[in-house]
Design a protein around this ligand. Structure first.
Ligand code: FE
Ligand code: FE
Ligand code: ZN
Length: 279
């Protein structure tokens, strides 16, 4: 059985892929997440093919395998405003094209906020965008992120994510990214009853869809729907729960990404701490 601990954190993509690779190795990790473009949207920098080539070599030599791209968090596929939906669709398609320069990786996005249109309409819009954007030949797995349920966010329950997946034709290109802060905030007690949350995930979505974990503590108490990340062990989820999470049979082979409020030395400390908790 494979038992490589795939651990990393969110990095700034402004200095390119090779530099992100070097940075994560220096922080003690072996995978990383990055924004495909400015998180508040806008045009993406052109892909530097030489940088990509040098990154691939560096990744091969240093044991970096899968990496995770994150769509801009302003992307809202189910906005009430048509222009915003079209912008989301164009950005998503453009990002997927760019992802093929680094084939075989993952692209995570927030399903979106339906504002006052209702969950059903929101789910339809999100599935529509996916049906428009996904291509049979793509090598990238698109991940729907579990959300905290702040405002009118879709993806606050496993059922909502499954309803999106069910409406997508090329669903073999879809997976789920479990954000520990978000699910706890949404009312899934991963600190008190991890096994039952994961078996619920399995019966609603299927654990084979689970492809990555965002590993964050939460500033707020259980089921707050606030989405405020905290450093590992300093929030309401707690170190003991994270030890159980990174060692759980259903999770331990997935890549884990820290999105905690940290500078580089803070991330290095958290990565080292999590490695020490790994069995
Ligand atoms: Fe996210
Ligand atoms: Fe997240
Ligand atoms: Zn969050």
């Amino acid at each position: 059985m494979e038992n490589k601990f795939k651990i990393g954190c969110h990095l700034s993509s402004s200095k390119g892929f090779l530099n992100m690779g070097k940075e994560i190795i220096s922080l003690g990790g072996n995978t990383f997440q990055f924004f495909t473009r400015n998180p508040r949207g806008g045009a993406a920098k052109a892909i530097d093919e030489e940088d990509v080539q040098r990154f691939k070599e560096f990744a091969g030599e240093n044991g970096i395998d899968v990496i995770l791209a994150h769509a801009p968090y302003t992307l809202n596929a189910c906005s009430a405003d048509e222009e915003t939906r079209n912008f989301a669709r164009q950005t998503f398609k453009d990002d997927l094209k760019r992802m093929e320069y680094i084939p075989g990786n993952m692209y995570n996005f927030h399903p979106g906020s339906h504002v006052k249109q209702g969950v059903e309409i929101g789910i339809d819009y999100i599935a529509e965008m996916l049906n428009d954007a996904l291509e049979a030949s793509q090598t990238t797995t698109v991940l729907l992120e579990t959300m905290a349920g702040k405002g009118s966010e879709i993806g606050r329950s496993f059922e909502e994510l499954q309803k999106i997946i069910e409406k997508v034709e090329l669903d073999s290109h879809l997976g789920v990214c479990l954000d520990t802060c978000h699910v706890y905030d949404a009312g899934y007690d991963i600190a008190g009853n991890l096994d039952s949350v994961l078996s619920e995930f399995d019966s609603v979505i299927g654990l084979d869809r689970l492809k990555a974990v965002h590993i964050n503590d939460s500033k707020n108490p259980f089921a707050s729907h606030k989405d405020r990340h905290e450093k590992i062990g300093e929030g309401s989820i707690g170190t003991e729960a994270f030890s159980a999470i990174i060692n759980h049979e259903a999770l331990k082979n997935l890549p884990f990404y820290l999105e905690t409020p940290n500078d580089a030395p803070g991330y290095a400390r958290e990565i080292a701490m999590l490695k020490s908790l790994r069995r």
